[in-house]
Design a protein around this ligand. Structure first.
Ligand code: MG
Length: 383
């Protein structure tokens, strides 16, 4: 037991090989330098918990006004109490104290606990399983030659992913600003099913602003093609639209993914009958603490809960619970190399084996293999 006596953010440069378009969709790109940030929480014993984040998420004003006042002088192992104390401050922070910041702080505290106790966080939280099948989550469609520019590109890439060991593939099809629509989605799903055969699990994450009738037409095609789930065809704020859709389809509806409202929004979706499989992310929904509450809600209602996104936080929840079948590995693209770590990591946290499985990390804490020498040598700001 030791109180927290230091909270620091280090902004550093690293290199990535992707670009994000004006609609927030990631595509492969040439190597480019970007800024990332590392949150560190250190206690009176000298133990440190760490979590990577974005500099704009970990803004100096928010660390000064909210994170330091909540954490400093408090017992570092009191994750639940500290999460609630920080979450309560969101009401008066006018949107500036985000769920992403809450998540980064929460993950750093779990990393601290795991390091102090010498346990991986997934085992500290429950220890349900040490291996999980991964599905390949593709990038969106594009106009890159040999990329994901045509139906045959999707089919060829799906066959390549199956050859690498994946037993599940989730398609992100064409979205704005690319030409897009239900007819293109249906054709892409059909050619991929044809390419991989009936035994590979296929999922679709389609355009997020379809009308009810377009979403239903696409869902009926997925019923014919035997898809494992159907994700975010419509604006998630309209819970009644999802109930309307779920009532008419055999394919399980998965959600909500981007909806605001942490575990409480997930409980509302379950109560409304708006999904067949629940969805929660660690980064977007406020951390491990709300994600676990959502998973346990799903389990209590006999539903699965699939964790959104990749990374050590997602793996911690997956390893701690049995309520979900997959780990989302991606985003993947014929021209991108997921398996080579960026320069600020010595290794990736989620290597895949030839059977398509990812082993949970055994390192104490969250399991990220940070290259602290790179970070120190490329630091551009601290607060
Ligand atoms: Mg999604």
């Amino acid at each position: 037991m030791a109180v927290i006596d230091r909270v620091t953010v280090t902004v550093f440069t690293t290199v990535i090989r992707s670009v994000v378009d004006g609609h927030g969709h990631r595509h492969p790109g040439p190597p480019r330098e970007v800024k990332e940030a590392l949150l560190e929480v250190t206690d009176a014993d000298g133990a440190t918990g760490r979590c990577l984040g974005q500099p704009e998420t970990l803004r100096e004003s928010m660390i000064k006004a909210h994170v330091r006042p909540v954490l400093t002088g408090q017992e570092g192992l009191d994750r639940e109490r500290l999460w609630h104390a920080l979450a309560r401050r969101q009401r008066g922070a006018h949107g500036h104290l985000t769920d992403r910041l809450l998540s980064t702080v929460d993950q750093a505290l779990w990393d601290l606990a795991g390091r102090k106790l010498g346990l991986p966080v997934w085992r500290l939280l429950g220890g349900a399983r040490s291996v999980i099948p991964a599905y390949a989550s593709t990038m969106c469609g594009d106009d890159i030659p040999g990329g994901l520019a045509s139906f045959s590109d999707y089919a060829d890439f799906a066959k390549e992913l199956v050859a690498r060991g994946y037993r599940g593939i989730k398609l992100h099809t064409w979205m704005p600003p690319m030409p897009h629509g239900v007819d293109l989605d249906i054709k892409a799903c059909a050619v991929v099913r044809d390419a991989v055969g009936p035994d590979v699990a296929l999922m679709l994450d389609s355009n997020h602003w379809y009308s009810r009738t377009d979403a239903l037409r696409l869902g009926r095609a997925l019923d014919e093609l035997g898809f494992a789930w159907y994700e975010e065809p419509m604006e998630e704020a309209s819970v009644q639209s999802y109930r309307w859709l779920a009532d008419q389809l055999a394919t399980p509806i998965l959600g909500p993914e981007t909806s605001w409202g942490k575990h409480m929004a997930r409980a509302e979706w379950v109560a409304a009958g708006a999904c067949d499989i629940l969805r929660v992310g660690v980064v977007g929904s406020g951390g491990l603490i709300p994600a676990l509450k959502a998973v346990h809600t799903a389990e209590s209602f006999g539903m699965g809960c699939e964790i959104h996104g990749n990374g050590s936080g997602a793996l911690a929840v997956i390893g701690a619970t049995l309520c979900g079948e997959w780990y989302e590995r991606g985003l993947l693209h014929p021209h991108s190399d997921y398996d080579t770590p960026p320069p600020h990591l010595r290794s990736i946290v989620d290597p895949i084996d030839e059977s398509g499985n990812v082993a949970l990390p055994m390192r104490p804490g969250l399991g990220d293999d940070l290259d602290v020498d790179h970070i120190a040598a490329h630091t551009v700001a601290t607060w």
